[in-house]
Design a protein around this ligand. Structure first.
Ligand code: COA
Length: 287
């Protein structure tokens, strides 16, 4: 299709400009996206491959990140296009550039994927065919000293990385995250192994700056409730757990009595391109 402006794959040499434009579009302090972009799209890869730019002659006037990821669900593998970092130069807004980018991505660039996913303002994305896909909520836990002595928590050393990776892969629906340790530490999160009577029973990953448990994986899901109390006691802090409410890994086993407050919520939207109807999107690290 012919568009009013050119849409191109970003070049590596354009990334500094793209990153500073994203700070500007999103009214962030300089440096915000410089830190975020490599984390979102992985430090080891060329992030330009995951950005489209809109150009007026040689000038970049719009940006959209589209990362095509592989997901695994119950032995099936899917392709998903994750969309984020979308912005248009103020002088070019309301001229259909965002709409043009979506038209290109949905009908051409990512046409072959099983589904597309994003988060953000639903009113804005509904018109392109996105529908509610999943919801992420955060729950707050207060410590209870009495249960603590059942569990022991140790930071993850390299010997235990494989253990974490295997456990992670048991979850029903995941991104193909091959490099557990570098992925986790990129976000400056701290991974811990959970021991019960000296044996590992799972791991969790916590953000030490706000005590949000970003991820918890247990051999026995039914223990999630008391392990969370144990973690709260271990840190002697109120902790928070981030969880997709469509993800029964946690939700079926967290007692309602200890979900006093939902303080964080993010909706994810998706377009199904293929036969999929019941697949959930759970781990979308989008902005
Ligand atoms: C959001 C943004 C990318 C839109 O770009 P744009 O090129 O101006 O968008 P378009 O011209 O294609 O579309 C604008 C249309 O969407 C509509 N629209 C925009 N935001 C909307 C919203 N929140 N709810 C409903 N409609 C919305 C506009 O009314 C307009 O409607 P029209 O097509 O009927 O005239 C741009 O405003 C921007 O860069 N904002 C700052 C960064 C940002 O917020 N990014 C999105 C993060 S989720």
């Amino acid at each position: 299709m012919d568009y009013k402006f050119q849409i191109k794959q970003a070049l590596e040499s354009e990334m500094p400009e793209i990153i500073s434009k994203l700070d500007y579009y999103f009214a962030k302090e300089p440096g915000y996206f410089e830190e975020l972009v490599p984390v979102l799209y992985h430090r080891k890869i060329n992030t330009a491959n995951h950005h489209l730019v809109v150009k007026d002659n040689q000038k970049i006037i719009g940006v959209m990140a589209v990362k095509i990821n592989q997901l695994i669900s119950y032995n099936n593998t899917y392709q998903v296009a994750l969309i984020g970092s979308l912005g248009v130069d103020p002088a070019y807004r309301n001229q259909g550039i965002m709409s043009m980018l979506f038209d290109y991505v949905v009908n051409d660039y990512a046409k072959g994927v099983d589904f597309l996913a994003l988060s953000g303002d639903y009113k804005r994305y509904k018109r392109f065919g996105f529908e509610p896909g999943a919801k992420i909520e955060c729950y707050k836990y207060t410590p209870k000293i009495s249960i603590n002595d059942r569990y022991d928590f140790k930071t993850v050393d390299l010997d235990m990385v494989n253990y974490c990776q295997k456990l992670y892969e048991k979850e029903a629906f995941i991104f193909n995250r091959k490099d557990f340790f570098s992925h986790i530490t990129m976000w400056k999160y701290q991974p811990y192994i959970i021991f019960n009577n000296g044996l590992p029973i799972g791991y969790f990953v916590i953000n030490p700056s706000n005590f949000i448990v970003e991820e918890i994986m247990l051999e026995d899901k039914t223990m999630v409730d008391e392990v969370l109390y144990g973690i709260a006691t271990f840190f002697q802090k109120e902790i928070r757990l981030k969880v997709s409410i469509n993800n029964d890994y946690y939700c079926n086993y967290i007692s309602s009595s200890i979900i006093p407050e939902v303080y964080f919520e993010r909706n994810l939207y998706r377009i199904n391109n293929s036969k999929l109807s019941n697949v959930l999107v759970t781990r979308c690290d989008l902005i």
